[in-house]
Each structure stands twice: as C-alpha cells, then as structure tokens.
Design a protein around this ligand. Structure first.
Ligand code: UFG
Length: 328
C-alpha cells in the first residue's frame, strides 16, 4: 500500500518523501507545482494536478492502493495571506476539503496534517502548549485552524483519524545536499541571510529591534526539516497503531533572536553578513517557542539535528551548491 503525500514537491513535503522512501514506504505524490519543484521529488510516483480536480484525484486514488495521506499542500506565507486572504482560504481550506471528500469517498481514514504555530497568535505564555489559546493574527493561521476544526468534525462523522502537527520555524536541508529550501519569493529569515554570502543581496534586514527580548529582536524556535520529517513518520505510525486523533507542537523548545541567527550564520559561512535594522514587520509576535513535550513523551520523538549551527550548516551546504535553487 502507498502513502499519498499532497504537496510533496514543496520544502517540507519533499524532505518527508525522501525520509518515507528511506524507510521503505511506497509513496505517491500529488503537487500542482505552484510553489513546489518537480526537481525536489527524488523518488516516488509524482502526479501533477490540483486537489479539487475531481477526475484527476479519482485517477490518483484508482491507480494506487492508498493507505493514508500526509497533507502539506498549502500556501504558507503570513504576510502574503494578509494581502490575499481569499487565495489562502481557497487553497488551504477548500483544497483540504476536496481532499477529505475524496478520502471519504475512497474509504481512507488516516491523515497527517501540516498545521502551524501561527494558529496561536500572540502567545499567552512561553513555551506554548497544545491546549493554549488559539487566536490567529493572520489569515494563514486562520486557514490552518479552520482545517484543524474541520478534521475534528470529520473524525466524529466519518471516522477519519488525524494527527495535526503544529510546526514552529522550519529550516535546514537534507544531509545529502540534494534537496533544500527554494521559495519564490523567499521571505524566511535563514535563506534570506544566506543570500548575502551567496552574493544575491548585499545585506539582511532585521525587522525591528525594539521588542521586549534580550537584544530587542524577535525570538523564534527553529527546527530542522529532517527532524520534522521524522515526526511525520512517527505520526503516521501512531495512526496505524492506535487509530486515534491528536495534535502535537513541533519545535526545539529553545528560542533564538534574529541577531543570534545572523551571528551563527556568520560563523558557519565565514562571511561578515551585513545587517540593517528596519521597522517591525506587521503581525510578528515578539516570541514563539514551542513546548514539544507531548510528542517527545507520546511518540518518543527526539530531535537529532537541533543545534542552530547544524540547521544553518545544512541549509548553507545546499544553497552554496545550488545558488539558483532548483532552477538550472
Ligand atoms: N525576519 C527578519 N528579516 C527578514 C525575515 C525575517 O528580521 O528578512 C524576522 C521576522 O521578523 C521573524 C523571524 O525573522 O521575527 C522569522 O521570520 P520568518 O519569516 O522566517 O518566519 P515567521 O516566524 O514569520 O513564520 C514562520 C513560517 C510560518 C509559521 C511560523 C511559525 O513562515 O508559516 O514560522 O512560527 F507559521
């Protein structure tokens, strides 16, 4: 039987596909390649199309014996979501609704879903736990929370069991250096910092240094994409084993300021990396740090690549060998 990975040509999806294949799983990938790259799919059977194209999805489900679904297919940029909320609702909520309808039609009752720390909004306390208040401050977070709620009702009505994984700040790249992070446009801190030593920009901009943190810049919890991929496989195996729904946070439990991230990147790359301070970016909470205690306890998940050095080293290894990302 196969695992259907929706959005498997994207950054996190492609790393999870690789990890599934490494562990002997059969993998079928669906991606419309709007933000994904077919070069990121190193193995598995790739279908290019949309989750809401009913005939296309019938073909995928009929041609393969699908056991479970891992769903990464979504738009994921906070600032873009504020400008284009309807695109986010359409792609993230309606897209997953179409997928769930097909799962119901074909009797598939297991899904691992990509959720986000953005569903918490401004946290009440740090580290953030799964049952803390969810009050998103942007449409991206709202769409992910809407799907989490949809999943809860689909479990009750149709018996579709889910694990929702709420990611904090994902970065890094596969250790083999074959795949990495290539967003267009790029808005994430670590790949933007690395564009300076690559010669693609002359400086990195720090969005605000007047936050109530130790050096005034925002604190985030960075997690290696490989550790995240491992968590998806553990979530899948949990569904296989006990067939119950749940939600887990995924971070390292340690926060780094923007300035600290830039400093580590200077060390890793040996480049001075010029930075300038600008205005705050709208909607950025001062501090987001996860408690991942629940997944550590229940699924024995242990992040293996949890130092910021390793996260940035593996990202740098990919970027310096692929200065144009997946474009040749
Ligand atoms: N930042 C800068 N300069 C930049 C880019 C980012 O100072 O050029 C700062 C941001 O203000 C923020 C931090 O670096 O404080 C991290 O920013 P990212 O854009 O890399 O990531 P976000 O924390 O905004 O969001 C990411 C994902 C979301 C997810 C969130 C959960 O993009 O999808 O993590 O923590 F919801």
């Amino acid at each position: 039987m196969s695992i259907l990975v929706c959005g498997g040509a994207g950054f996190i999806g492609s790393h999870t596909v690789l990890e599934l294949i490494n562990r002997g799983e059969e993998v079928v990938i669906v991606d419309n390649l709007i933000t994904g790259h077919k070069e990121a799919v190193l193995s598995g059977k790739l279908y290019i199309g949309n989750l809401c194209d009913s005939e296309f999805m019938d073909k995928v489900f009929k041609e393969n014996n699908i056991e479970a679904v891992i769903d990464f297919a979504a738009f994921s940029l906070v600032s873009e979501s504020v400008k284009q909320p309807l695109d986010y609702y359409e792609n993230n909520v309606y897209g997953t609704l179409c997928l769930l309808k097909k799962m119901k039609e074909y009797g598939i009752n297991k899904i691992v879903f990509s959720s986000t720390a953005a569903i918490y909004g401004e946290p009440e306390s740090i580290p953030i736990k799964e049952d803390d208040r969810t009050l998103p401050t942007n449409p991206y977070g709202e769409t992910k929370l809407a799907v989490e709620r949809m999943l809860k009702w689909c479990d009750k009505a149709y018996g579709i069991k889910y694990v929702a994984l709420r990611y904090f700040n994902v970065a890094g790249a596969d250790l083999s250096g074959r795949i990495g992070e290539d967003h267009r446009p790029e808005t994430h801190l670590i790949p933007l910092i690395l564009q300076v030593p690559l010669g693609k920009r002359d400086k990195v901009t720090i969005f605000g240094d007047d936050y109530p943190t130790k050096d005034g810049t925002c604190i985030r919890d960075y997690i290696h994409v490989i550790d995240l991929a491992d968590a998806h496989i553990r979530a899948l195996n949990k569904l296989r084993k006990d067939n119950t729904s749940t939600i887990y946070n995924l971070g390292n439990g340690e926060g780094f300021t923007v300035k600290e991230v830039i400093d580590v990147a200077r060390k890793v790359t040996g480049h001075p990396i010029t930075s300038v301070v600008a205005e705050r970016r709208e909607g950025d909470p001062a501090k987001l740090v996860a408690s991942s205690e629940k997944i550590i306890r229940e699924l024995k998940w242990i992040p293996k690549h949890n130092t910021l050095e390793e996260i940035i080293e593996t990202a740098w290894n990919w970027h310096k060998n692929h200065p144009n990302g997946f474009l040749h």
